[in-house]
Design a protein around this ligand. Sequence first.
Ligand code: NAD
Length: 295
Amino acid sequence: KAKGKKVAKGATKEIKQHAVLGAGIMGGGIAYQGAVKGITTIMKDINQAALDLGLKEASSILEKGMQRGKVDAKKMASTLNKIIPTLDQNAIANADLIIEAVVENPKVKAAVLAETEKTVADDAIICSNTSTISINQLAKSLEKPERFCGMHFFNPVHKMPLVEIIRGENTSDATISAVVASTLKMGKTPIVVNDCPGFLVNRVLFPYFAGFSQLLIDGADFTAVDKVMEKVFGWPMGPAFLLDVVGMDTADHASSVMSDGIPERMQKIDNDPVTLLYKAGRFGQKNGKGFYDFS
Ligand code: NAD
């Protein structure tokens, strides 16, 4: 366990090293975003294949940047060198800011957060990238909930400017200031929101997904809905394509958390097409098949 350093009262803790827990769609993207802004980032997973994919994703973003003349070979090498993949929990011991981005499952997250607190310094800040799970609920797995908040990035991380910083009832002002400063250092736009199911963006987005599911149950064709929302209404993508980007597993877990948390606003849907696709193993872009086929 690393030793904690004292931070002067009123000063914002300086964050020098990040750790990202989970190297999936989000963890890989968050690791890339820190690294490209010069921050050494330990990327921890329990699965070597996920670490390899996380690094591959970072390389492919940089390669596209090179093709457009925005990144040179030196920047590519220095960014990749700043991402340190590991399966070893002890490798995160010196991180100042730990961003948990493992599967959207409250039990798994609680276990990962509790283990993390035992590994890192007493003054390290711990955040969760959860899409919907209550920050107050997750905070219960920590001995020092004042150093914990939500830090919710959006997918794809390198393109989406917004980060929701979710203040739990015990989160300290110092933690919020440090996470706001880190978000800005990562080139992103922070907003601070209170804890509630779905926070701000998913509070709007998931009822929209639920409306889409109801439409499919009523007999609509998903390609037709996407076409209308994208080509005619003018959104960058329709709901089926967006669900494929988000991942059916994540969307299904998140919908359940929302309908459990605010049942009066988001009812559970019987035979929700999103749940059926998830159960059929069609997770979306992450495994090449969801509403659409990507292979
Ligand atoms: P994902 O399935 O792509 O990745 C999850 C990763 O966590 C996997 O690589 C898995 O091996 C790893 N993992 C599981 N248990 C672990 C453990 N104990 N320690 C370390 N790693 C572990 O999922 P994702 O889409 O990247 O989502 C991750 C989190 O981010 C979820 O909480 C999700 O709700 C949230 N989120 C997702 C999106 C999205 O659009 N996919 C957007 C914002 C937030």
